[in-house]
Ligand binder design. Sequence first.
Ligand SMILES: *Cc1c(COP(=O)(O)O)cnc(C)c1O
Length: 432
Amino acid sequence: MFVNDCLNINEKGHLTIGGCDTVELAKEYGTPLYVLDENTIRTTCRSYVESFKKFYNGNGMPLYASKALSCKELCRIANEEHLGLDVVSGGEIYTAQQAGFPMEKTHFHGNNKTAAEIEFALNAGVGTFVVDNLYELELLNEIAGKLVKKAKISFRIKPGVDAHTHNFIRTGQIDSKFGFALETGEAFEAVKKALEYENVNLAELHCHIGSQIFDIDPFVTAAEIMMDFIGKIKDELGVTISNLNLGGGFGIMYVNSDEPVPYENYMEKVSVAVKAKAAEHNVPVPYIFIEPGRSIVGEAGITLYTVGGIKEIPNIRTYVSVDGGMTDNIRYALYQSDYTVVNASHADKEATQTVTVAGKCCESGDLVQEHTQVAPVTVGDTLAVLSTGAYNYSMASNYNRIPRPAIVMVNNGKSRVIVKRESYEDIVRNDI
Ligand SMILES: *Cc1c(COP(=O)(O)O)cnc(C)c1O
């Protein structure tokens, strides 16, 4: 009935998550409220880890792309479930550090790491720097030298596979701000440069072909292209690259028409392609990293709101205003993302009313979803938006000086706060 396994309906007709009544959660913790189901997160982590054991002799590791939802508790769970961490800023590194995450298991991404971030990352013991461009390579080599450290690096490669949509295209040149192009020889030149620098050690190649991808073929194609490049480096430079990082982007279900593939199918197919290519090029089978973000936390999370004013505009639409909006979920305003909305107070009733869910910000575009079907709504009802675990809290803002909501973790009928709700005091904390 629901897209997410952790959701159900209780005898009161209320939506439940992880065995907790959402209407009660809304009462106890206030709204808007992010709720995450711990079992769903851990089960997904395990299915990725298991897929390496089952199809690749355990010769690899999933890294949780923490930009999907970075907070200390998620870092702790990733560590407990034997995942590494993908971080993209000083702030995400700091979060991991504060959570006691083993920093050698982190990969540092980003197309414009600042000198300050590089120095901070080197001192924090970040495991691998995924270098995006030559300027960064030079800067990293220089700063590492100054600190008398040797940085383990990877290169972000544009493999010429673009899969941001439901199908994928192979192009010579992708217009992207990220990484080194293969086609032009830029990537090969970068590898040669890295071999000349004293304070970096090239250990890995990386690619990331897009996000919310439902098809495995583009991943297989990208893996083959990357293995061809590893073969070329071995043949022409005599250097063996032993790690291959194939990025993230595995799709999740936001609405019923989304059809994600089981996550283990990915390693099943990719491992076959990688092993075949390793044999073809006579190079060792590489250690593989993948970087799931959205798929680890997305479906595990929902957002709860309380319905305020309802504005019926005859023959046009009905606006249902909620106590959050673009400050806690900017994805509809940003790219018209689909979401499933449920009237959590009447989850047992049929979704017969068409409504537009509006936020409370001073922006006409502050909408959570337009023309969506819910069970008839009245003032005070609890509304739930499903699959909001990824790229919601992590993209939240204080626009209109609205405090960010709390995050509550539920597990088998129990709930606990993992991120506190911001207060008005928090809002003015940095004001002079
Ligand atoms: C965003 C990103 C990911 C995670 O993508 P998801 O779609 O959330 O799985 C992984 N790797 C890199 C380099 C990214 O930029």
